[in-house]
Design a protein around this ligand. Structure first.
Ligand SMILES: Cc1cc2nc3c(=O)[nH]c(=O)nc-3n(C[C@H](O)[C@H](O)[C@H](O)COP(=O)(O)OP(=O)(O)OC[C@H]3O[C@@H](n4cnc5c(N)ncnc54)[C@H](O)[C@@H]3O)c2cc1C
Length: 479
Protein backbone atom coordinates (compact mmCIF):
# COMPACT_ATOMS: atom_id res chain seq x y z
CA UNK A 1 0.00 0.00 0.00
CA UNK A 2 1.38 3.42 -0.87
CA UNK A 3 0.76 6.52 1.27
CA UNK A 4 -1.89 7.73 -1.14
CA UNK A 5 -3.86 4.57 -0.44
CA UNK A 6 -4.12 5.19 3.29
CA UNK A 7 -7.37 6.94 2.71
CA UNK A 8 -10.53 5.83 4.48
CA UNK A 9 -14.08 5.71 3.14
CA UNK A 10 -14.61 9.40 4.02
CA UNK A 11 -11.89 10.31 1.53
CA UNK A 12 -9.73 11.87 4.26
CA UNK A 13 -6.18 10.69 4.38
CA UNK A 14 -4.47 9.47 7.54
CA UNK A 15 -1.27 11.36 8.13
CA UNK A 16 0.81 8.28 8.66
CA UNK A 17 2.51 6.02 6.15
CA UNK A 18 1.76 2.30 5.91
CA UNK A 19 4.03 -0.29 7.46
CA UNK A 20 4.06 -4.08 7.15
CA UNK A 21 2.82 -6.35 9.92
CA UNK A 22 3.01 -10.12 10.11
CA UNK A 23 1.15 -12.79 12.07
CA UNK A 24 3.44 -14.49 14.57
CA UNK A 25 3.15 -17.77 12.65
CA UNK A 26 4.25 -15.89 9.48
CA UNK A 27 1.05 -17.17 7.84
CA UNK A 28 -0.63 -13.79 7.17
CA UNK A 29 0.39 -10.16 6.84
CA UNK A 30 -1.00 -6.73 6.19
CA UNK A 31 0.20 -3.29 5.31
CA UNK A 32 -1.43 -0.46 7.22
CA UNK A 33 -0.81 3.04 8.52
CA UNK A 34 0.14 2.88 12.17
CA UNK A 35 -0.43 4.97 15.29
CA UNK A 36 1.77 4.52 18.34
CA UNK A 37 0.01 6.32 21.19
CA UNK A 38 1.78 6.87 24.49
CA UNK A 39 -1.04 8.58 26.40
CA UNK A 40 -4.83 8.52 26.68
CA UNK A 41 -5.04 11.73 24.65
CA UNK A 42 -2.84 10.35 21.89
CA UNK A 43 -4.97 7.21 21.70
CA UNK A 44 -8.14 9.29 21.56
CA UNK A 45 -6.62 11.38 18.73
CA UNK A 46 -5.65 8.22 16.83
CA UNK A 47 -9.15 6.73 17.13
CA UNK A 48 -10.69 10.04 16.11
CA UNK A 49 -8.38 10.26 13.08
CA UNK A 50 -9.32 6.72 12.04
CA UNK A 51 -13.01 7.45 12.59
CA UNK A 52 -12.85 10.73 10.66
CA UNK A 53 -11.13 8.96 7.77
CA UNK A 54 -13.82 6.27 7.87
CA UNK A 55 -11.25 3.55 8.35
CA UNK A 56 -11.15 0.69 10.85
CA UNK A 57 -8.66 0.59 13.72
CA UNK A 58 -7.05 -2.71 14.68
CA UNK A 59 -5.43 -2.87 18.12
CA UNK A 60 -2.04 -4.53 18.35
CA UNK A 61 0.25 -5.40 21.24
CA UNK A 62 3.46 -7.31 20.62
CA UNK A 63 1.94 -9.24 17.70
CA UNK A 64 2.43 -12.62 19.40
CA UNK A 65 -0.91 -14.01 18.24
CA UNK A 66 -0.19 -16.81 15.80
CA UNK A 67 -2.81 -15.80 13.23
CA UNK A 68 -4.60 -12.65 12.06
CA UNK A 69 -5.83 -11.41 15.48
CA UNK A 70 -3.76 -8.23 15.38
CA UNK A 71 -3.66 -7.56 11.63
CA UNK A 72 -5.99 -5.11 9.91
CA UNK A 73 -5.99 -5.00 6.13
CA UNK A 74 -7.58 -1.83 4.73
CA UNK A 75 -7.55 -0.13 8.08
CA UNK A 76 -5.00 1.28 10.47
CA UNK A 77 -3.07 -0.34 13.28
CA UNK A 78 -2.87 1.07 16.79
CA UNK A 79 0.36 -0.31 18.20
CA UNK A 80 0.61 -0.15 22.00
CA UNK A 81 4.24 -1.11 22.49
CA UNK A 82 5.45 2.43 23.11
CA UNK A 83 2.91 2.93 25.93
CA UNK A 84 4.79 0.75 28.34
CA UNK A 85 5.38 2.10 31.83
CA UNK A 86 4.73 0.34 35.08
CA UNK A 87 2.78 3.03 36.94
CA UNK A 88 3.04 1.55 40.41
CA UNK A 89 3.97 -1.64 42.19
CA UNK A 90 3.15 -2.27 45.84
CA UNK A 91 5.76 -4.65 47.24
CA UNK A 92 3.56 -5.49 50.23
CA UNK A 93 0.35 -6.37 48.44
CA UNK A 94 1.75 -7.42 45.04
CA UNK A 95 -0.63 -5.09 43.19
CA UNK A 96 0.82 -3.76 39.95
CA UNK A 97 -0.67 -0.97 37.85
CA UNK A 98 0.59 -0.69 34.30
CA UNK A 99 0.12 0.88 30.91
CA UNK A 100 -1.21 -1.46 28.20
CA UNK A 101 2.09 -1.95 26.37
CA UNK A 102 3.94 -3.29 29.42
CA UNK A 103 5.13 -6.82 28.69
CA UNK A 104 5.06 -9.94 30.84
CA UNK A 105 8.86 -9.68 30.87
CA UNK A 106 8.73 -6.18 32.37
CA UNK A 107 6.32 -7.41 35.03
CA UNK A 108 8.46 -10.30 36.25
CA UNK A 109 11.66 -8.25 36.15
CA UNK A 110 10.03 -5.60 38.33
CA UNK A 111 8.27 -7.94 40.73
CA UNK A 112 10.32 -11.09 41.20
CA UNK A 113 13.15 -9.56 43.26
CA UNK A 114 10.41 -8.63 45.78
CA UNK A 115 8.91 -12.13 45.81
CA UNK A 116 6.04 -11.69 43.32
CA UNK A 117 5.41 -13.40 39.99
CA UNK A 118 2.76 -12.82 37.28
CA UNK A 119 -0.12 -15.11 38.28
CA UNK A 120 -0.64 -16.38 34.71
CA UNK A 121 1.94 -16.34 31.93
CA UNK A 122 1.91 -17.63 28.35
CA UNK A 123 4.74 -19.69 26.87
CA UNK A 124 6.66 -16.54 25.95
CA UNK A 125 7.45 -13.43 27.97
CA UNK A 126 7.08 -10.90 25.15
CA UNK A 127 3.28 -10.29 24.95
CA UNK A 128 1.85 -7.04 26.31
CA UNK A 129 -0.65 -6.91 29.15
CA UNK A 130 -3.22 -5.32 26.81
CA UNK A 131 -2.86 -8.24 24.38
CA UNK A 132 -2.98 -10.76 27.24
CA UNK A 133 -6.23 -9.34 28.61
CA UNK A 134 -7.80 -9.08 25.16
CA UNK A 135 -7.23 -12.83 24.68
CA UNK A 136 -7.63 -13.73 28.37
CA UNK A 137 -4.50 -15.84 28.25
CA UNK A 138 -3.96 -19.08 30.17
CA UNK A 139 -0.80 -20.69 31.48
CA UNK A 140 0.42 -24.14 32.46
CA UNK A 141 -1.32 -23.48 35.80
CA UNK A 142 -4.75 -22.89 34.26
CA UNK A 143 -6.28 -25.80 36.19
CA UNK A 144 -5.31 -24.06 39.46
CA UNK A 145 -5.13 -20.34 38.73
CA UNK A 146 -7.64 -19.88 35.90
CA UNK A 147 -7.10 -17.37 33.12
CA UNK A 148 -5.40 -14.00 33.60
CA UNK A 149 -8.79 -12.27 33.86
CA UNK A 150 -9.26 -13.80 37.31
CA UNK A 151 -6.30 -11.79 38.58
CA UNK A 152 -7.27 -8.44 37.07
CA UNK A 153 -8.48 -6.08 39.79
CA UNK A 154 -9.56 -3.36 37.38
CA UNK A 155 -8.82 -1.77 34.05
CA UNK A 156 -9.61 1.39 32.09
CA UNK A 157 -11.03 0.85 28.64
CA UNK A 158 -11.25 3.49 25.93
CA UNK A 159 -14.41 3.01 23.90
CA UNK A 160 -14.82 3.85 20.23
CA UNK A 161 -16.24 7.30 21.08
CA UNK A 162 -13.12 8.18 23.10
CA UNK A 163 -14.69 7.90 26.55
CA UNK A 164 -12.86 5.86 29.18
CA UNK A 165 -14.68 3.38 31.43
CA UNK A 166 -13.17 1.92 34.58
CA UNK A 167 -14.23 -1.71 34.98
CA UNK A 168 -13.84 -4.34 37.68
CA UNK A 169 -15.88 -7.19 39.17
CA UNK A 170 -17.71 -4.51 41.22
CA UNK A 171 -17.99 -1.69 38.68
CA UNK A 172 -19.23 -2.25 35.12
CA UNK A 173 -19.06 -6.00 35.65
CA UNK A 174 -20.67 -6.88 32.31
CA UNK A 175 -18.10 -4.88 30.37
CA UNK A 176 -15.31 -6.21 32.61
CA UNK A 177 -16.25 -9.78 31.73
CA UNK A 178 -16.77 -9.03 28.04
CA UNK A 179 -13.67 -6.95 27.29
CA UNK A 180 -11.40 -9.55 28.92
CA UNK A 181 -11.28 -12.12 26.14
CA UNK A 182 -13.09 -9.71 23.81
CA UNK A 183 -10.20 -9.75 21.27
CA UNK A 184 -9.97 -5.96 21.08
CA UNK A 185 -13.50 -5.55 19.74
CA UNK A 186 -15.10 -3.50 22.52
CA UNK A 187 -12.38 -1.00 23.35
CA UNK A 188 -8.72 -0.46 24.11
CA UNK A 189 -7.20 -1.16 27.52
CA UNK A 190 -5.38 1.94 28.71
CA UNK A 191 -4.56 0.99 32.32
CA UNK A 192 -4.43 -2.43 33.95
CA UNK A 193 -4.36 -3.29 37.64
CA UNK A 194 -3.15 -6.82 38.31
CA UNK A 195 -2.77 -8.87 41.48
CA UNK A 196 0.51 -10.79 41.34
CA UNK A 197 1.28 -14.12 43.01
CA UNK A 198 3.47 -14.38 46.14
CA UNK A 199 6.50 -16.65 45.68
CA UNK A 200 9.23 -17.45 48.17
CA UNK A 201 11.74 -18.70 45.65
CA UNK A 202 12.58 -18.03 42.01
CA UNK A 203 12.79 -21.76 41.38
CA UNK A 204 10.17 -24.42 40.84
CA UNK A 205 10.42 -28.06 41.84
CA UNK A 206 9.96 -29.97 38.60
CA UNK A 207 9.38 -33.64 37.88
CA UNK A 208 9.07 -35.44 34.55
CA UNK A 209 6.89 -38.43 33.72
CA UNK A 210 6.56 -40.34 30.45
CA UNK A 211 3.24 -41.53 28.99
CA UNK A 212 2.65 -44.10 26.26
CA UNK A 213 -0.44 -42.36 24.87
CA UNK A 214 -2.90 -39.50 25.37
CA UNK A 215 -5.18 -41.56 27.60
CA UNK A 216 -2.31 -42.20 30.01
CA UNK A 217 -1.33 -38.56 29.90
CA UNK A 218 -4.80 -37.31 30.81
CA UNK A 219 -5.04 -39.91 33.59
CA UNK A 220 -1.70 -38.67 34.94
CA UNK A 221 -2.92 -35.05 34.85
CA UNK A 222 -6.06 -36.07 36.77
CA UNK A 223 -3.98 -37.83 39.42
CA UNK A 224 -1.50 -35.00 39.88
CA UNK A 225 -3.58 -31.85 39.49
CA UNK A 226 -4.46 -31.63 43.19
CA UNK A 227 -0.86 -31.81 44.29
CA UNK A 228 1.05 -29.51 41.92
CA UNK A 229 0.88 -25.95 40.61
CA UNK A 230 1.82 -26.42 36.96
CA UNK A 231 1.24 -29.28 34.51
CA UNK A 232 2.16 -29.46 30.85
CA UNK A 233 2.31 -32.38 28.45
CA UNK A 234 4.48 -32.55 25.37
CA UNK A 235 2.83 -34.78 22.76
CA UNK A 236 4.67 -36.66 20.01
CA UNK A 237 2.11 -36.64 17.20
CA UNK A 238 4.41 -38.77 15.00
CA UNK A 239 4.41 -41.36 17.80
CA UNK A 240 0.60 -41.52 18.01
CA UNK A 241 0.25 -39.24 21.06
CA UNK A 242 2.87 -40.61 23.43
CA UNK A 243 4.73 -37.96 25.35
CA UNK A 244 6.19 -36.44 28.47
CA UNK A 245 4.52 -34.57 31.32
CA UNK A 246 6.35 -31.95 33.34
CA UNK A 247 4.74 -31.03 36.62
CA UNK A 248 6.01 -28.27 38.85
CA UNK A 249 5.30 -26.84 42.28
CA UNK A 250 6.37 -23.76 44.18
CA UNK A 251 8.87 -25.02 46.76
CA UNK A 252 7.75 -24.70 50.36
CA UNK A 253 9.33 -21.95 52.45
CA UNK A 254 12.77 -23.14 53.56
CA UNK A 255 13.04 -25.84 50.87
CA UNK A 256 15.46 -23.76 48.79
CA UNK A 257 18.82 -22.99 50.39
CA UNK A 258 19.25 -19.45 49.06
CA UNK A 259 15.81 -18.21 47.99
CA UNK A 260 16.78 -14.51 47.79
CA UNK A 261 19.43 -15.31 45.19
CA UNK A 262 16.97 -17.26 43.05
CA UNK A 263 14.63 -14.26 42.93
CA UNK A 264 17.26 -12.15 41.17
CA UNK A 265 16.96 -11.64 37.40
CA UNK A 266 20.59 -12.83 37.07
CA UNK A 267 19.47 -16.27 38.31
CA UNK A 268 16.48 -16.24 35.97
CA UNK A 269 18.11 -15.02 32.78
CA UNK A 270 18.52 -17.77 30.25
CA UNK A 271 22.19 -18.45 29.48
CA UNK A 272 23.35 -16.77 26.26
CA UNK A 273 24.96 -19.99 24.99
CA UNK A 274 23.65 -23.50 24.57
CA UNK A 275 25.95 -26.03 26.35
CA UNK A 276 28.12 -22.97 27.05
CA UNK A 277 29.29 -22.91 23.41
CA UNK A 278 26.63 -22.25 20.79
CA UNK A 279 25.04 -18.79 20.87
CA UNK A 280 21.31 -19.21 21.44
CA UNK A 281 20.60 -16.98 18.44
CA UNK A 282 22.19 -19.60 16.15
CA UNK A 283 20.10 -22.54 17.29
CA UNK A 284 17.25 -21.97 14.85
CA UNK A 285 19.68 -22.57 11.98
CA UNK A 286 20.37 -26.03 13.38
CA UNK A 287 16.66 -26.66 13.87
CA UNK A 288 15.98 -25.54 10.31
CA UNK A 289 17.81 -28.62 8.99
CA UNK A 290 15.22 -30.84 10.71
CA UNK A 291 12.05 -28.88 9.92
CA UNK A 292 10.54 -31.36 7.50
CA UNK A 293 8.50 -34.48 8.14
CA UNK A 294 11.30 -37.08 8.42
CA UNK A 295 13.45 -34.66 10.42
CA UNK A 296 10.69 -33.87 12.89
CA UNK A 297 9.75 -37.53 13.20
CA UNK A 298 13.36 -38.15 14.27
CA UNK A 299 13.52 -35.14 16.62
CA UNK A 300 10.24 -36.14 18.30
CA UNK A 301 11.36 -39.76 18.69
CA UNK A 302 14.71 -38.74 20.18
CA UNK A 303 13.06 -36.27 22.54
CA UNK A 304 10.65 -38.95 23.72
CA UNK A 305 13.34 -41.59 24.26
CA UNK A 306 15.68 -39.20 26.02
CA UNK A 307 12.84 -37.83 28.14
CA UNK A 308 11.61 -41.31 29.03
CA UNK A 309 15.04 -42.36 30.24
CA UNK A 310 15.10 -39.33 32.60
CA UNK A 311 11.44 -39.54 33.64
CA UNK A 312 10.48 -40.59 37.14
CA UNK A 313 13.78 -39.43 38.65
CA UNK A 314 13.78 -37.19 41.72
CA UNK A 315 12.40 -33.69 41.30
CA UNK A 316 14.89 -31.06 40.21
CA UNK A 317 14.91 -27.27 40.52
CA UNK A 318 14.36 -25.04 37.51
CA UNK A 319 14.01 -21.26 37.40
CA UNK A 320 10.52 -19.83 36.94
CA UNK A 321 11.67 -18.22 33.69
CA UNK A 322 13.29 -21.42 32.39
CA UNK A 323 10.16 -23.47 33.12
CA UNK A 324 7.64 -20.88 31.94
CA UNK A 325 9.28 -19.54 28.80
CA UNK A 326 11.12 -22.53 27.42
CA UNK A 327 10.43 -21.43 23.84
CA UNK A 328 12.19 -18.11 24.44
CA UNK A 329 15.35 -20.14 25.00
CA UNK A 330 15.70 -20.36 21.21
CA UNK A 331 15.34 -16.84 19.77
CA UNK A 332 13.53 -16.76 16.42
CA UNK A 333 12.89 -20.52 16.56
CA UNK A 334 9.94 -20.00 14.24
CA UNK A 335 12.38 -19.14 11.44
CA UNK A 336 13.11 -22.85 11.26
CA UNK A 337 9.82 -23.01 9.29
CA UNK A 338 11.20 -20.61 6.66
CA UNK A 339 10.76 -20.17 3.76
CA UNK A 340 7.39 -21.59 4.85
CA UNK A 341 5.14 -20.73 7.76
CA UNK A 342 2.89 -22.49 10.24
CA UNK A 343 -0.31 -22.23 12.19
CA UNK A 344 -1.10 -23.28 15.71
CA UNK A 345 -4.43 -24.99 16.12
CA UNK A 346 -5.55 -25.18 19.76
CA UNK A 347 -8.79 -26.78 20.84
CA UNK A 348 -10.43 -26.91 24.27
CA UNK A 349 -12.55 -29.96 24.95
CA UNK A 350 -14.60 -31.05 28.00
CA UNK A 351 -12.84 -33.62 30.17
CA UNK A 352 -15.11 -36.55 29.31
CA UNK A 353 -14.52 -36.36 25.57
CA UNK A 354 -10.98 -34.94 25.52
CA UNK A 355 -8.98 -38.11 24.83
CA UNK A 356 -11.29 -39.41 22.08
CA UNK A 357 -11.43 -35.97 20.43
CA UNK A 358 -7.68 -35.42 20.48
CA UNK A 359 -7.06 -38.94 19.17
CA UNK A 360 -9.52 -38.27 16.35
CA UNK A 361 -7.68 -35.01 15.57
CA UNK A 362 -4.32 -36.80 15.38
CA UNK A 363 -5.89 -39.45 13.15
CA UNK A 364 -7.22 -36.72 10.82
CA UNK A 365 -3.75 -35.16 10.67
CA UNK A 366 -2.35 -38.51 9.61
CA UNK A 367 -5.03 -39.01 6.97
CA UNK A 368 -4.43 -35.52 5.54
CA UNK A 369 -0.68 -36.12 5.50
CA UNK A 370 0.11 -33.12 7.75
CA UNK A 371 1.57 -34.25 11.06
CA UNK A 372 2.00 -31.61 13.78
CA UNK A 373 5.65 -30.84 14.51
CA UNK A 374 4.74 -30.03 18.12
CA UNK A 375 1.81 -30.94 20.36
CA UNK A 376 1.09 -29.55 23.83
CA UNK A 377 -1.55 -30.70 26.31
CA UNK A 378 -2.88 -28.55 29.17
CA UNK A 379 -5.66 -28.85 31.74
CA UNK A 380 -8.23 -26.08 32.17
CA UNK A 381 -10.95 -24.59 34.33
CA UNK A 382 -14.08 -22.75 33.20
CA UNK A 383 -14.22 -19.02 33.98
CA UNK A 384 -16.89 -16.30 34.00
CA UNK A 385 -15.69 -14.32 30.97
CA UNK A 386 -18.22 -13.92 28.17
CA UNK A 387 -16.10 -15.15 25.27
CA UNK A 388 -13.84 -17.48 27.21
CA UNK A 389 -12.10 -20.36 25.50
CA UNK A 390 -11.55 -22.25 28.74
CA UNK A 391 -13.67 -25.29 29.56
CA UNK A 392 -13.62 -27.83 32.36
CA UNK A 393 -11.30 -30.08 30.45
CA UNK A 394 -8.19 -30.13 28.33
CA UNK A 395 -6.60 -28.32 25.43
CA UNK A 396 -4.37 -29.68 22.72
CA UNK A 397 -2.24 -27.19 20.77
CA UNK A 398 -0.81 -28.45 17.49
CA UNK A 399 1.86 -26.66 15.43
CA UNK A 400 1.09 -27.45 11.80
CA UNK A 401 3.36 -26.46 8.90
CA UNK A 402 1.81 -24.85 5.85
CA UNK A 403 2.20 -27.41 3.07
CA UNK A 404 4.28 -26.42 0.09
CA UNK A 405 2.16 -25.35 -2.83
CA UNK A 406 -0.71 -23.81 -0.89
CA UNK A 407 -2.65 -23.66 2.29
CA UNK A 408 -5.84 -25.34 1.04
CA UNK A 409 -4.89 -28.81 2.28
CA UNK A 410 -4.13 -27.48 5.76
CA UNK A 411 -7.34 -25.47 5.88
CA UNK A 412 -9.30 -28.60 4.86
CA UNK A 413 -7.66 -30.50 7.71
CA UNK A 414 -8.46 -27.70 10.19
CA UNK A 415 -12.11 -27.62 9.11
CA UNK A 416 -12.36 -31.40 9.43
CA UNK A 417 -10.95 -31.09 12.98
CA UNK A 418 -13.37 -28.21 13.72
CA UNK A 419 -16.30 -30.57 13.12
CA UNK A 420 -14.93 -33.15 15.56
CA UNK A 421 -14.21 -30.52 18.21
CA UNK A 422 -17.61 -28.82 17.87
CA UNK A 423 -19.31 -32.23 18.02
CA UNK A 424 -17.56 -32.82 21.35
CA UNK A 425 -18.72 -29.47 22.78
CA UNK A 426 -15.27 -27.94 22.37
CA UNK A 427 -14.00 -24.42 21.76
CA UNK A 428 -11.16 -22.67 19.97
CA UNK A 429 -8.58 -20.10 21.03
CA UNK A 430 -8.64 -16.93 18.96
CA UNK A 431 -5.07 -15.98 19.91
CA UNK A 432 -3.91 -19.00 17.94
CA UNK A 433 -6.58 -19.15 15.28
CA UNK A 434 -6.08 -18.76 11.53
CA UNK A 435 -8.65 -21.09 10.03
CA UNK A 436 -11.99 -20.98 11.84
CA UNK A 437 -15.11 -20.11 9.83
CA UNK A 438 -18.01 -17.88 11.02
CA UNK A 439 -20.15 -21.03 11.25
CA UNK A 440 -17.55 -22.83 13.37
CA UNK A 441 -17.17 -19.79 15.60
CA UNK A 442 -20.94 -19.54 16.15
CA UNK A 443 -21.25 -23.25 16.85
CA UNK A 444 -18.46 -23.24 19.44
CA UNK A 445 -19.85 -20.57 21.77
CA UNK A 446 -23.05 -20.64 23.81
CA UNK A 447 -25.56 -18.72 21.62
CA UNK A 448 -26.54 -16.42 24.51
CA UNK A 449 -22.90 -15.43 25.10
CA UNK A 450 -22.29 -14.67 21.45
CA UNK A 451 -25.57 -12.73 21.17
CA UNK A 452 -24.70 -10.65 24.24
CA UNK A 453 -21.20 -9.98 22.90
CA UNK A 454 -22.52 -8.82 19.52
CA UNK A 455 -25.13 -6.67 21.25
CA UNK A 456 -22.37 -4.97 23.29
CA UNK A 457 -20.35 -4.48 20.12
CA UNK A 458 -23.31 -2.77 18.40
CA UNK A 459 -23.99 -0.65 21.48
CA UNK A 460 -20.41 0.48 22.16
CA UNK A 461 -18.98 0.53 18.65
CA UNK A 462 -21.89 1.15 16.27
CA UNK A 463 -19.59 2.27 13.43
CA UNK A 464 -17.42 -0.83 13.90
CA UNK A 465 -14.28 1.20 14.43
CA UNK A 466 -12.46 -1.73 16.05
CA UNK A 467 -11.83 -4.43 13.48
CA UNK A 468 -9.12 -6.93 12.72
CA UNK A 469 -8.71 -9.49 9.98
CA UNK A 470 -9.75 -12.10 12.56
CA UNK A 471 -12.94 -10.24 13.49
CA UNK A 472 -13.83 -9.75 9.84
CA UNK A 473 -13.29 -13.45 9.21
CA UNK A 474 -15.41 -14.61 12.17
CA UNK A 475 -18.01 -11.93 12.81
CA UNK A 476 -18.99 -11.45 9.18
CA UNK A 477 -21.66 -12.10 8.04
CA UNK A 478 -23.37 -12.72 11.44
CA UNK A 479 -22.64 -9.27 12.92
C1 LIG B 1 5.64 -18.74 21.56
C2 LIG B 1 4.26 -18.38 22.03
C3 LIG B 1 3.70 -19.07 23.09
C4 LIG B 1 2.42 -18.73 23.54
N1 LIG B 1 1.90 -19.41 24.60
C5 LIG B 1 0.67 -19.11 25.06
C6 LIG B 1 0.12 -19.76 26.19
O1 LIG B 1 0.74 -20.64 26.79
N2 LIG B 1 -1.11 -19.37 26.62
C7 LIG B 1 -1.82 -18.39 26.00
O2 LIG B 1 -2.93 -18.09 26.44
N3 LIG B 1 -1.33 -17.75 24.91
C8 LIG B 1 -0.11 -18.09 24.44
N4 LIG B 1 0.40 -17.42 23.35
C9 LIG B 1 -0.44 -16.43 22.68
C10 LIG B 1 -0.27 -15.02 23.26
O3 LIG B 1 -0.18 -15.05 24.65
C11 LIG B 1 -1.51 -14.20 22.88
O4 LIG B 1 -1.65 -14.18 21.49
C12 LIG B 1 -1.46 -12.76 23.39
O5 LIG B 1 -2.69 -12.16 23.13
C13 LIG B 1 -0.34 -11.98 22.70
O6 LIG B 1 -0.28 -10.66 23.23
P1 LIG B 1 0.28 -9.48 22.31
O7 LIG B 1 0.64 -8.35 23.19
O8 LIG B 1 1.32 -10.00 21.42
O9 LIG B 1 -1.03 -9.10 21.50
P2 LIG B 1 -1.34 -9.16 19.94
O10 LIG B 1 -1.08 -10.54 19.45
O11 LIG B 1 -0.70 -8.05 19.24
O12 LIG B 1 -2.91 -8.93 19.99
C14 LIG B 1 -3.76 -9.88 20.57
C15 LIG B 1 -5.17 -9.32 20.68
O13 LIG B 1 -5.19 -8.27 21.62
C16 LIG B 1 -5.80 -7.10 21.07
N5 LIG B 1 -5.14 -5.99 21.76
C17 LIG B 1 -3.82 -5.70 21.79
N6 LIG B 1 -3.60 -4.64 22.59
C18 LIG B 1 -4.80 -4.26 23.08
C19 LIG B 1 -5.23 -3.23 23.97
N7 LIG B 1 -4.39 -2.37 24.53
N8 LIG B 1 -6.56 -3.15 24.24
C20 LIG B 1 -7.45 -4.01 23.71
N9 LIG B 1 -7.09 -5.00 22.86
C21 LIG B 1 -5.78 -5.12 22.56
C22 LIG B 1 -5.54 -7.23 19.58
O14 LIG B 1 -6.50 -6.51 18.83
C23 LIG B 1 -5.69 -8.73 19.38
O15 LIG B 1 -7.05 -9.08 19.24
C24 LIG B 1 1.68 -17.71 22.90
C25 LIG B 1 2.25 -17.01 21.83
C26 LIG B 1 3.53 -17.34 21.40
C27 LIG B 1 4.13 -16.58 20.26
Amino acid sequence: MTPSETTGSSGRRLETDPESFEAWGMNARCSAPVFRPGTVDELRDALRAAGDAGTAAGLRGAGCSYGDASLTTDGCIVDFRRWNHILSFDKQSGILVAEPGVTIEQVWREALPHGWWPPVVPGTMFPTLGGCLAMNIHGKNNFQAGTIGRHVRSFDLMLADGTVETCSEDTNQALFRAAIGGFGMLGAFTRIELQLKRVHSGDLEVQAHSCANLGEMVAHFEEQSESCDYLVGWVDAFGGGRGLVHQASYPKRGAVANPAETLEPSHQDLPPRFFGIIPRSWIWWGLWCFFHKPGMRLVNALKYRLGRSHAGRSPYHQSLVGFSFLLDYVPRWKYAYKPGAFIQYQTFVPKESAVATFEAQLQLCKEHGIVPFLGVLKKHLPDPFLMTHAVDGYSLALDLPLPRGGRERLWRLAHAMDDVVIGAGGRFYLAKDSTLTPEGFQAAYPPENLARFLELKRELDPERLFQTDLSRRLLTPPE
